[in-house]
Each structure stands twice: as C-alpha cells, then as structure tokens.
Ligand binder design. Structure first.
Ligand SMILES: [Zn+2]
Length: 251
C-alpha cells in the first residue's frame, strides 16, 4: 500500500485530531512511497531504527516519536543521526503518542488492562483526553501480594509497590507510562489501587496519605503493548508484514 493509504488507515483508527498532544501524530518522517514491511516499537530510538534497517522495513510505527513540544528545533547530534538513518534508508516514521495510549481496544491502557485481567474496563471519568486513565472492578478482592505477582508475571519485572499490605484491592485504576500524577484523581474516585509506569517522589506520599495502593511498573514495560496491537491489526486487516521489536529499557 502507499505511504498515504497507510496514514489514512492509521488516522481513521487512532483519530489523532480528537486529542491535544505534545507532538505531531501521524507521518513524522517521509520515506519510500510503497509500504509492505513495518517494524513496530515503543520508541523511535537508534536501536529500533537499526533493527528496522536490518529487517529491511519500509516503515516504523511507534508510540514515542520525535519533535516534542519545547525540544530544541535544530537537527544535531543524536537527533541528526536518527533522522539521517531514516532518510538514508528511505524509511517512513509513523508516530502516535496519546492516540496510542487511549485507544479503547488497541491502546496501551486497554492492552495493559486485559493482560492484567482487569476486565470490563472503562475510562476514569472527567480526565482529558478520555481514556488516559482506565478503571476496572475485580470480580473478587485480591491482596496486594497477589496483584504484585500478577504484574510481575505479565510484565516480566517486579513493580515498586507502596500501600497497606493488609488492605484488599478490588477497584483499580491505571495509566501507562508517565501517568503517576493521576494517582490523586484515582484516590479521589475511590479506587483501592493505582498502577502507572513511572514513579515520582511525591507519588509515594500521595499513596500513603490517601490510603491507596500504588504500583510503579516501568514506563517502557507498561507501553510495550499499544503499538504492537496496532501493528497486529495492520497485519490482520491489510496483510502487511509487521514485526514488533522490543528494545528493552529498564525505565
Ligand atoms: Zn510513554
């Protein structure tokens, strides 16, 4: 398919015009006209670009692309090397940030929820954009230890956990990536637990003083699933050759 046809498919699916974001969503770097092979990943890092080149990909699709609000506009250093590698190899870069977090089925939050067994999830109300924080109610209350074990098993890493280990958990809210600030809205909404990727110093105080369990599971680890799910959708619906490449990141 053509570069523009793929852009239209992705825009129709992810609806970037409906959210206010910190970066351009869609085609960020223009490459070759025809696209058959796509590499998906979390971040358009040099390692992912190198893997895409090795895989002879026509396009890369990521959650974290380039051109963030407030970053230096010049093309030097690390940014020059990344762009040079893409342009020299004629590889298209498609990036969708918040649209990949919030998509109701394929997004980071939706995918993370279903992997953790948080079924019948829905957006935690009144936070924009809709779907940036999800919530779900477990059929049976679970212990902090049980949820810790589930997260460790699903994500392949042990989360940082705060909260009263004797208090059971039934109502859970979550936001992938750097969503730790939403712990206050989760507590205000009466959630028993909040899950995010990153943690800040004050997140721990929020958890302690609002009596809410908190799990920091890693920015990368919680965002490995959205771009992958979108890629799987493209392979299924359009017959494209799509491969997800995980460039591990401990953060
Ligand atoms: Zn992120």
């Amino acid at each position: 398919m053509s570069r523009l046809e793929l852009l239209n498919v992705l825009d129709n699916l992810l609806k970037p015009n409906e959210v206010k974001d910190y970066c351009p969503n869609g085609l960020q770097v223009e490459g070759k006209l025809r696209i058959k092979t796509i590499v998906t990943g979390v971040t358009a890092s040099q390692r992912l670009i190198d893997a895409a080149i090795e895989h002879q990909a026509d396009a890369i699709l990521v959650h974290h692309g380039y051109f963030w609000k407030g970053e230096p506009a010049v093309v030097t250093g690390m940014k020059q090397r990344r762009l040079k590698a893409l342009l020299t190899n004629d590889i298209n870069l498609y990036a969708y940030h918040l649209p990949i977090d919030i998509h109701p089925e394929l997004g980071n939050n939706a995918q993370l929820g279903s992997l953790l067994g948080l079924v019948n999830s829905q957006p935690l109300t009144d936070i924009a954009p809709n779907g940036i924080v999800f919530k779900a109610t477990l059929a049976e209350p679970v212990t902090q230890q049980a949820l810790t074990e589930k997260i460790s098993q699903v994500l392949g890493r042990t989360p940082l956990v705060e909260g009263d280990s004797n208090k059971l958990i039934q109502h859970v809210a979550w936001c992938s990536g750097g969503g730790q600030g939403f712990i206050d809205q989760a507590a205000a909404a009466g959630m028993d637990a909040f899950i995010s990727g990153e943690v800040s110093e004050q997140t721990i105080h929020s958890a302690r003083e609002q009596d809410i369990h908190y799990f920091a599971c890693g920015h990368h680890a919680t965002e490995r699933y959205g771009a992958k799910a979108v890629g799987d959708y493209l392979a299924r619906e359009l017959g494209l050759d799509v491969r997800f490449i995980d460039i591990d990141n401990p953060a």
